[in-house]
Design a protein around this ligand. Structure first.
Ligand SMILES: NC(=O)c1ccc[n+]([C@@H]2O[C@H](COP(=O)([O-])OP(=O)(O)OC[C@H]3O[C@@H](n4cnc5c(N)ncnc54)[C@H](O)[C@@H]3O)[C@@H](O)[C@H]2O)c1
Length: 435
């Protein structure tokens, strides 16, 4: 099938690469010229495990092309995936201007039937606005269907998630649209991956409801974690005990610094707003969001309780990305934590396996903030180490070496990477979350 993908971000690029990988012809349009230049060289502008290899293979086999020419892209595919950003606006609502702009461009340029697919996360009933926009700006006699096919990939394991999905959800309003999806996803359904067909509103809701539920789970365990600290229980064991119940499950019960990234914070807020616009107060999610926002200042307090005065102390920071296996730092807890520590007069030696360059664009190097080439370099002369992202590399660190390089053997771990008993045995002063 010939497919057009609008937007070569985390979702657009992974979707384009994976659709090509299963044999489709894909044209991906991106308006940021620096990203496009990188893509045209056959390289990936983002770090995502396995993505570069899949891109290279499909570019060389002519199944995927990149362009900034919207007209070419719109004429190319019958199915057009909208993978543009839907960031948070000042009010907390989703800012849908990129979706509207893309829909308008499709309407103005299309000369034959197009299935316009919302892959971006959008509030329920956005499809009605997309449809209205297409109809308003369309050339005479050109038909459109609008559908929702929300994306559930996780950054860090995006290709695996795309190729082996828990479920594929498509929201459609016509048989023609459903038929296109069934053909497109046949390689997946043939392997037994479930395809759920709903109407468009339900598909839009499934995405927001799923992300908000996962965020809720994270805030829930963080609250339990705080209680564990008060009563002397171990949140890891509590989570294990809860997670063994199949109705609950162990995933997303990791106490720590709360959720970040480009999805959960904005999606929870947007979902609250949609409820509000429909006369409902989603207090449960407002509280989820509040609890999450408290995690970062609470961690700073924890650091101050341990180090007392940060001024003139050197702190090693391991982990800047919002989660492991990505270079994405959008809404990363590290941004707030690093800035607060810097404001309090600490000198910071920071290291992340992949996200240093993206983090530098948000927190530039300064007299008291330097970026290190490897994890151990960050420890040199440091009064303490703080861990902000659960990269495997940190879990596997040579702890004897860590101890020998730190000025004081203090580790403040926001991600519960190590076993407290083992750390004590090794002579560390080890602080973690809810244990
Ligand atoms: N990042 C994730 O893990 C994830 C997972 C599931 C769903 N989503 C949702 O998918 C959507 C995209 O997320 P993302 O992280 O890929 O965003 P992103 O910001 O990384 O990518 C969006 C891209 O679209 C491009 N773009 C916007 N308008 C364009 C236009 N008219 N023509 C050409 N290019 C255009 C932008 O330049 C940008 O490169 C959002 O709605 C997000 O909530 C994201």
């Amino acid at each position: 099938m010939k497919i057009t993908v609008i937007g070569a971000g985390y979702v657009g690029l992974v979707s384009a690469a994976c659709f090509a990988e299963i044999g489709n012809e894909v044209m991906c349009v991106e308006k940021i010229s620096s990203k496009l230049d990188t893509l045209k060289k056959g390289e990936s502008p983002i770090y995502e495990p396995g993505l570069s290899e899949v891109l290279k293979r499909n570019i060389s086999e002519n199944r995927i092309t990149f362009t900034d020419n919207m007209d070419d892209a719109i004429h190319f595919g019958e199915a057009i995936f909208l993978c543009v950003g839907t960031p948070q606006s000042e009010t907390g609502k989703a800012d849908l201007s990129q979706v509207e702009e893309a829909a308008r461009q499709i309407a103005q340029m299309a000369t034959s039937y197009k299935l316009v697919i919302e892959k971006s996360t959008v509030p329920v009933n956005t499809n009605k606005w997309v449809k209205r926009t297409l109809e308003r700006y369309a050339k005479d006699g050109v038909d459109f269907d609008v559908a929702s096919n929300p994306e559930f990939l996780r950054e860090g394991s995006a290709l695996e998630d795309f190729m082996k999905p828990d479920r594929i959800v498509v929201g459609v309003e016509s048989e023609r649209a459903e038929k296109i999806f069934r053909e497109l996803y046949k390689p997946f359904t043939d392997q037994g991956y479930p395809l759920l067909v709903t109407n468009t509103a339900a598909a839009e809701l499934i995405k927001h409801a799923s992300n908000s539920f996962l965020a809720l789970k994270i805030s829930y365990i963080n609250m339990v974690s705080d209680l564990c600290e008060k009563v002397g229980a171990d949140v890891e064991l509590v989570a294990e005990g809860m997670g063994l119940d199949k109705r609950i499950g162990r995933q997303f019960l990791n106490a720590g610094l709360g959720y970040g990234g480009s999805c959960f914070p904005k999606d929870v807020k947007a979902f609250v707003k949609i409820a509000e616009e429909n006369g409902l107060d989603f207090a449960l999610l407002r509280e989820t969001d509040c609890l999450n926002e408290e995690r970062r200042p609470k961690f700073i307090e924890k650091i101050e309780e341990i180090l007392w005065i940060n001024k003139n102390k050197t702190i090693a920071v391991w982990g800047l990305a919002f989660k492991p296996n990505t270079d994405d730092v959008r809404e990363a807890p590290a941004i707030d934590i690093v800035n607060a520590l810097s404001d309090s007069g600490a000198t910071l030696n920071m290291y992340d396996p992949k996200a240093t360059e993206t983090f530098k664009t948000v927190v530039p190097e300064a007299d008291n903030m330097s970026y290190c080439a490897n994890a151990y370099e960050a420890l040199e002369g440091a009064d303490a180490l703080i861990v902000l992202t659960e990269w495997e590399e940190f879990k596997e660190a040579d702890l004897a070496k860590v101890k020998s390089m730190l000025k004081l053997p203090i580790i403040i771990d926001g991600r519960n990477l190590y076993d407290p008993k083992e750390m004590k045995k090794q002579g560390f002063e080890y602080y973690c979350m809810g244990r």
